[in-house]
Ligand binder design. Structure first.
Ligand code: FE
Ligand code: FE
Ligand code: MG
Length: 166
């Protein structure tokens, strides 16, 4: 940990670490939800959906890495026990029990919308208090906004195709 780097944070550092650890748990659960979704998904447009899910899984794992690095910089410890992810998560985990493309897309859209809300809140909290965290969270938020749009446009294509065939 860098002492001056922590000293300049204009908010309760333990509270900031707590918020970041909740986001850290979200990112791992989102990663796994995408990764498994890409394995099990079935139905029309499967190939396009798999490609997008895998790309998003990679992004979520990168977000977990970014958030973990910031937690460590602040003198904290990323949630050491995976079973604790369920206790601290904001957005939870939606198991891909039903592999149908439409269901998988909707589950992940819901997850992205939750993530967008979470990161928007952290942005507001850190805006003037901690520009370093703010900058990192802004980068992540940009990805989550892109993720939501990617999935919604796949869902729109799916729905148009279904309508045409009806
Ligand atoms: Fe993410
Ligand atoms: Fe995402
Ligand atoms: Mg994408």
């Amino acid at each position: 940990m860098g002492t001056k780097g922590i000293e300049i944070v204009g908010m309760d550092v333990q509270e900031l670490i707590r918020l970041l650890n909740k986001a850290f748990a979200d990112e791992w659960l989102a990663y796994y939800q995408y990764w498994l979704g890409a394995k099990v998904v079935r139905g029309p447009m499967k190939e396009a959906v798999i490609a997008e899910l895998l790309q998003h899984a990679t992004d979520e794992l990168r977000h977990a890495d970014m958030v973990a690095n910031r937690i460590i910089q602040l003198g904290g410890t990323p949630v050491p026990e995976p079973k604790k992810w369920y206790d601290v998560t904001n957005c939870g985990y939606d198991a891909p029990d039903d592999p149908f493309v439409e269901i998988i897309l909707k589950q992940n859209i819901k997850g992205e919308q939750c993530a967008i809300g979470v990161y928007q809140d952290i942005l507001k909290t850190t805006m003037t208090a901690d520009p370093v965290t703010y900058n990192m969270v802004l980068q992540i938020l940009q990805d989550e906004v892109e993720h939501e749009e990617d999935l919604q446009s796949l869902l729109e294509d799916f729905e148009l195709m279904v309508k045409k065939q009806a």
